[in-house]
Design a protein around this ligand. Sequence first.
Ligand code: SAH
Length: 213
Amino acid sequence: MVDGQLRARGIADERVLAAMRRVPRHAFVPEDLIGEAYADHPLSIGEGQTISQPFIVALMTEALALTGEEKVLEIGTGSGYQTAILAELARRVFTVERSTCLSRAAEERLRRLGYAAIAFRVGDGTLGIPDEAPFDRILATGSLPRRPRRLVAQLGSEGIFVFPVGNRSLQELVAIRREGRSFKETALGPCAFVPLIGEEGWTGGAWCGDTNP
Ligand code: SAH
């Protein structure tokens, strides 16, 4: 996976590649899909949600330019796979998931794998975690209809925020880098994520353990 899918397509950050070698992706997929855990596409994790394609995880992580010192906010815990990659490369990770069931399962899985520096929250991640802001890095692993004002406001100085923005079926992956009072936006390429349902996200139906029906 690392050489054939990631390095071959331009992922060059050795720390990201090493983290993706270390984290056992097969521990994050449903049992019946274990044979496809390292395949070049997203996989269903139940509740209509997906674990992102390895390349997309690597691309987003590389764009965050983590050095090991950062306090990171992730929106959309899902299986917890991306959370584990972030925990390998940052000081502290806060991850928010709207589905109680997915959050609990991810928390149990990540504790079992030995990750300690992760705080799990259930709720609408499009609002961020105002009490814990500012964050050095923010990552949304579901799509947004527009630039989310409240998340941008929780980005620290010199911070980086990576998120997919567009319509429900196709988005552009965007990185916003804050330099003091100025915000510079870079486009990283097209992508297709499941939607973030919430105040600054999309409207949508209820699901298991929903906190915002
Ligand atoms: N990063 C995950 C993939 C997440 S898919 C992984 O590696 O497995 C997007 C996730 O966002 C889904 O689990 C979905 O339930 C969750 N989600 C949707 N709307 C949300 C919201 N407003 N706040 C937090 N999580 C949300």
